[in-house]
Ligand binder design. Sequence first.
Ligand code: HEM
Length: 511
Amino acid sequence: MFTVLLLSLVAIIFIYQSYKYVFHRPAGFPPGPPRLPFFGSYLFLLLVNYKYLHKAALSLSKWYKSDIIGLYVGKFRVAVVHNGEGVREILNNQSYDGRPGLFLSKMRDPGDCVRGIFFQEGLLWKEQRRFILRYLRDFGFGRRFDQLEMVINEEITDMIDLIRSGPRYEHEHLLVKPGGYRIQLPMFFNPFSANSHFSIVYNERIPRAEMGKLVKLVNLGIQFQRNADDYGRLLSIMPWIRHIWPETSGYNKLNESNLYIYKYFAEFVDRHIDSYDECCERNFLDLYITEMKKGLPKEYGFNREQFIMGLIDFSFPAFTAIGVQLSLIVQYLMLYPEVAKRIQREIDEVVGSGRLPTLEDRQKMPYTEATIRENLRIETLVPSDVPHKALEDTELMGYHIPKDTIVLPSLYAMHLDKRMWKDPENFRPERFLDDDGKLCLKKDVSLPFGAGKRLCAGETFARNMLFLMTTAMLQSFDYTLAPGDSLPDLAKNHNGLIISPPDFWVQLKER
Ligand code: HEM
């Protein structure tokens, strides 16, 4: 009898604890799906839309009739926000400027201690971001700078030559088919965008003949972007599954990318440290080494490992994100040939055919600029933003957000919100023009680069590159379909850390 009573009591306690685990939420936490053992609510996201988790979160938001939902991803508490007001509040309130310690961020660093910029927070993040941005500016990053524009011009000239003449070196076969005029996306633009960025950072450019390692870097960079997701995949919930399913969990691919990228930049850094001469400042890297030698407090993070990771974070989007966004632009130019024609008319009027477009031309080409902005809105490259984290207990949209909650401002939902855009599903560059056809920045309330203190550090560089490369291509070429090709299918685009088109070869025709 006593045993039966005891077992019943244990069973009741077990059922009560399980119930509490599944349905309990901190007081005032936003509504959302229940929490399953191990997975939390991540499984529900996968069930709703395993391919696009940002769309799954938006569907749940509609289901719960709330623009903010609360989830558990494994042990992590998460709040996802789906309206413009909430997104802006997260981005502009410094209480949300933390970054969660997801396994994805830890596994990038061989020392297993999170460094760099993207996944850093606090004093170290502030000091490193401030220092890098302050001194990269001297070399043209984030502003108009003739010398840099000349370098970009030369890179674009090389790129166009590669299209016309076809591959000259082994590694170029990954970018262009023999005979030329057929390019691989989303790889193609990245080595040239990376090289433009490297000229800012190292004052060096890698010649076409020696781009083999750079092309591999681009390839593995895109592999990393594609093999993660908004929450760091199941790996952030159960990091141990990498030992059981290293391939299916994405671990092998992420790890392969991490190791190669780290080695690539460590070699650069070590070469500069070894040949450093305090009497001769060669580039930005030397400025950083000088700072390392000052013996600043440890918390500022001026050491070799942080140097490598900071450099990776400031370069990674230059050799992945820019080329991917350009490829998304190409998809739309192919789907909307009338838009491409109108940009070409603008190029013909403002630039002509005797020289490449420059940033000086940009102000005079409002339709082109509006098209790029519309693409950044409708194909939000980073749909859930880079995850933020609450640094203290806060209130958000009337809900209680406890310290350490991961906070995701859904840029995707904001960019496709009918309440803000009336016809968000239509690709319509004109939405950013006034009645006289001039660019009206007030109408562009999209935030593809985030906002606030965590604003994308490369926004100006990225916008400049998108303009220069899009116009240089359309000045010389039409995007066409070769026999057997079909128009891009946007539903096939990959969702990873960023959205990216599946690998495809595009046919170009001389205009
Ligand atoms: C089309 C291209 C790009 C897009 C759409 C983009 C978008 C973004 C977004 C949404 C964030 C997260 C902001 C936040 O945390 O709220 C971000 C962060 C960042 N981006 Fe970009 N980015 C692009 C290109 C670049 C480039 C070219 C660079 C540098 C060369 C760059 C460097 C960074 C860095 C360092 C951060 C981390 C900022 C921090 O955590 O403080 N990005 N970017």
